[in-house]
Ligand binder design. Structure first.
Ligand SMILES: Cc1cc2nc3c(=O)[nH]c(=O)nc-3n(C[C@H](O)[C@H](O)[C@H](O)COP(=O)(O)O)c2cc1C
Length: 359
């Protein structure tokens, strides 16, 4: 039994879609809670006016009846309100009528740092838009919707997550970059409490929880580094300084430090899961970098399109959803169950068996 997620949708197409399979039947989903997560993704200092157009809302097409999952594929839709401004340019079918709205002209000046040039060469495109529309981080709305479902499942077994930006100088950095028509990146951290020992496995690389967290975060737009626990800093420590000593009290096994970020040998060890992701500065610049025209090869300036100055706070929300998804997937593998009650009962029997209690 495992959770699977398939997403579809372009940034300015009609909608983003997420199809989730492998949920137990009987899980209550709260529409407002999912919309709240979608709203959190759109907030944050440095976002573009696009976020004011969108006001994302979840729609459910299948897998849910009267607020409870059926154990069948759950189809989630987030409409792109902005699509009406791109109805001709992003029409799925050959558009009718005179060219109108946005996306009429082909984009031929690829942005350094975006999907544009590599995508155009790989797929044989003469309009960079055909690459950037799917590469765009608008896709993360579908991830956040699926993550909200994963969080609802995790809550049933006492797991709570929080994502946050690391560092408190963000607004100043964003203001300074905006004034110079530039962009910035940053670092985000996700913490998950109440994760029982034993999610993931050292048996194969694919099952390792650390590998799965790195995969999902690295697979997110603009993420260029991932660390678990003290990550890169561990490389400079001695073994005696780096590992979390084990003791036992009436609550079970305990660690007084958590440099491993709650994962040893690819398996959760019962401590808080701590994972960080580094985001590069966004590639769409209002003062564009040098580029070369796809059609003529002539030197030019890269595409300028409405864009965020920073999206680090949004990434914190997306990263939280990604981590929730992978933890929920690992929990489904460990505890199984077609009905929610079976899943929760298996979790309860397991945590009663092991010398561990959540902190
Ligand atoms: C939440 C979020 C919002 C983003 N917003 C923008 C944006 O407005 N403009 C931009 O150029 N890149 C933005 N990006 C980053 C690009 O999507 C990303 O850099 C691009 O797809 C190339 O992929 P790569 O950076 O992973 O190599 C955003 C990323 C995230 C996670």
């Amino acid at each position: 039994m495992t959770l699977r997620l398939t997403t579809a949708g372009e940034s300015h197409g009609p909608a983003l879609v997420a199809i989730v399979t492998g949920l137990p039947a009987g899980l209550t989903l709260d529409r407002n809670a999912i919309d709240r997560e979608l709203g959190r993704r759109q907030e944050g200092y440095g976002r573009s006016p696009r976020q004011r157009i969108e006001q994302d809302r979840i729609e459910v097409l299948s897998g849910l009846r009267q607020g409870r999952t059926l154990g069948t594929p759950l189809a989630l839709v987030v409409r792109n309100r902005d699509h009406e401004n791109w109805a001709w340019g992003m029409s799925p079918w050959p558009p009718e009528g005179e060219p109108a709205g946005k996306g009429k002209e082909p984009v031929t000046l690829p942005r350094p740092g975006h999907a544009d040039l590599a995508g155009a060469m790989k797929y044989g495109l003469d309009d960079v838009r055909d690459a950037l529309e799917r590469a765009s981080a608008r896709h993360t709305a579908a991830i956040v919707a699926a993550g909200a479902v994963a969080k609802a499942l995790l809550r049933e077994i006492g797991v709570e997550l929080a994502g946050a930006v690391v560092g408190d100088d963000l607004e100043e950095r964003i203001d300074a970059a905006r004034a110079e028509r530039d962009t910035v990146g940053g670092i985000v951290e996700v913490r998950a409490r109440g994760v029982p020992p034993g999610l993931g496995s050292y048996a194969t690389k694919e099952e390792r929880l650390d590998a799965r967290l790195a995969w999902t975060l690295m697979g997110t737009q603009a993420v260029k580094g991932v660390e678990i626990g003290d990550g890169f800093a561990l490389a400079r420590l001695r073994g005696s300084e780096a590992h979390d000593e084990i003791r036992r009290d009436e609550g079970g096994y305990r660690r007084d430090t958590n440099r491993a970020g709650g994962i040893e040998a690819g398996v959760s060890n019962g401590e808080e899961i701590v994972v960080r992701a580094a985001m590069k500065p966004l590639p769409t610049l209002m003062r564009p970098l040098a580029s070369a025209d796809l059609e003529t090869g002539e030197a030019g300036q890269a595409l300028v399109e409405r864009s965020d100055v920073a999206a680090v706070e949004a990434l914190a929300v997306v990263a939280e959803a990604c981590v929730a998804w992978e933890l929920a997937r690992a929990a489904r593998e460990k505890f199984g169950g077609d009905a929610l009650g079976d899943f929760v009962a298996a979790w309860r029997a397991y945590v009663e068996r092991i010398p561990w209690s959540a902190r």
